[in-house]
Design a protein around this ligand. Structure first.
Ligand code: PLP
Length: 420
């Protein structure tokens, strides 16, 4: 089966029987992909994309039709009035942080309803507090919707779609719709802002189709389709997007400036491919979950559970095993396969983090990558995969290093010591 490195004994037959078993899950993913890909095509056609939109603008980037049309394509897909899609936004953190800063105001409250925001956004919360924004953290997972603390002074309800480093806690879009509806019953003027990272195209609807006012995310995750070299986006109500644009550039300049610097085609093409690429990565993760369960590990979600983001977590309950698994994923990468990842103190994260990312675009997690904060329960978060075949190779590496079907993690550890 594999003309490159030989797969370990027993691995091919393991792949074959898993492939048979996961077929129904693949069919579900293919149905979603079909719907989303056609919606994407339609978003392009309605925006009137032309080849000349791929040309380059520099300096201020005034009148860059390509940039404006790209933003129209995003707005069409997300069903919003407006969008801001910029290579100058370094990442999801910047897009979401700018949205928070633009939409919150002193004396008013920011309510995060999915517990604390993602690690890299916590400094933004501290920054807002220093500016007099009141902050409240609520957990819809624990406390439900009945007691949702939205009051007259609540300006922004912040919702994180993906579970992030909290396995099993990604929100389905339907649930996001319920939160938005409830929040607006309590305060009609409240703005519902969704951190959409890792969620785009996983389902057939987006939060903005079910009541969210603004979504924001990263172009080196799902919507970049693996081609965007950097960038972030926000999409939503026109007045709100304009406010964010004023923070992103300057009040008075807003979204009217911003050179595309020759990157337009990659952003268009990546967005066009994104429903396909996200489906590909979901198929990879379904296989990965089934495979790791075969080896005896705890996986979340399980291979046959519904998914609302592209993240797959595997719990190792052991530091060394976790690090070994991350190294296996790096080894199976098309880029930097000879690099050995080590835990390090990444800016923005509380604990040391180990990251396997043998990616074409630095840190792009729509490409097959794994990261893990070095803290109990020693869970690895795997996501992406431009091609699902790479996941098989990563599994072969893990099979080689960790062996098959232990009865418990202790046996796994013994196995590992024998290997070394
Ligand atoms: C990745 C991520 C972010 C931040 O995105 P970066 O592109 O890494 O800055 C924010 N929120 C969630 C849920 C994420 O997964």
């Amino acid at each position: 089966m594999n003309r490159g490195r030989h797969w370990p004994e027993g691995f091919s037959s393991c792949v074959e029987h898993i492939m048979q078993e996961i077929k129904p899950a693949y069919e579900r993913i293919e149905r979603t992909r079909l719907r989303n890909q056609l919606a994407m095509l339609s978003a392009f056609r309605s925006a009137g994309v032309r080849e000349s939109d791929f040309s380059c603008s520099t300096g201020y980037g005034y009148g860059d039709r390509g940039r404006e049309t790209l933003e129209k394509v995003y707005a069409n897909y997300f069903g919003t009035e407006s969008a801001l899609v910029r290579i100058q936004m370094v990442s999801g953190t910047q897009a979401i942080s700018q949205a928070l800063i633009a939409l919150c105001s002193p004396g008013k409250e920011l309510l995060s309803v999915t517990g604390q925001p993602y690690d890299t956004l916590l400094p933004t919360v501290e920054y807002l507090k220093r500016w007099g924004v009141r902050y409240r953290c609520y957990d819809v997972w624990e406390s439900g919707l009945d007691e949702l603390p939205v009051f007259r002074d609540t300006a922004v309800v912040f919702i994180q779609r993906s579970g992030g480093y909290r396995p099993g806690r990604s929100l389905g879009v339907e649930k996001i719709g319920e939160i938005c509806k409830r929040a607006k019953e309590l305060n009609q003027k409240v703005v519902c802002l969704v951190d959409n990272c890792y969620g785009e195209f996983v389902q057939e609807v987006e939060p903005t189709h079910v009541g969210a006012d603004v979504v924001a995310g990263s172009l080196i995750k799902n919507p970049g389709g693996g081609l965007a070299p950097s960038g972030g986006y926000i999409a939503g109500r026109e007045d709100l997007v304009r406010k964010v644009a004023e923070v992103a550039t300057a009040p008075g300049l807003s979204g009217e400036v911003g050179p595309s610097l020759g990157f337009n085609r990659l952003l268009y093409q990546g967005f066009f491919l994104a429903p396909h690429v996200v489906a590909e990565s979901l198929m990879g993760m379904v296989f990965f979950a089934r495979f790791m369960a075969e080896l005896g590990w705890e996986t979340r979600p399980a291979w046959n559970e519904p998914r609302s983001d592209i993240i797959q977590s595997v719990v190792f309950r052991d530091r060394e095993l976790l690090i070994t698994a991350c190294k296996c994923i790096q080894r199976a990468s098309p880029v930097d396969s000879a690099v050995t990842p080590e835990p390090w103190d990444m800016p923005g994260y509380e604990d040391p983090v180990i990251m396997a990312a043998g990616t074409f675009v630095q840190g792009a997690s729509i490409e097959l990558s794994a990261d893990a904060p070095i803290r109990p329960p020693y869970a690895m978060y795997v996501q992406g995969g431009l091609v699902r075949e790479q996941v098989l190779e990563a599994c072969a590496e893990i099979y080689r290093a960790l062996g098959k079907q232990p009865s418990s993690w202790k046996t796994q550890k013994e196995l590992l010591q024998i290997e070394q």
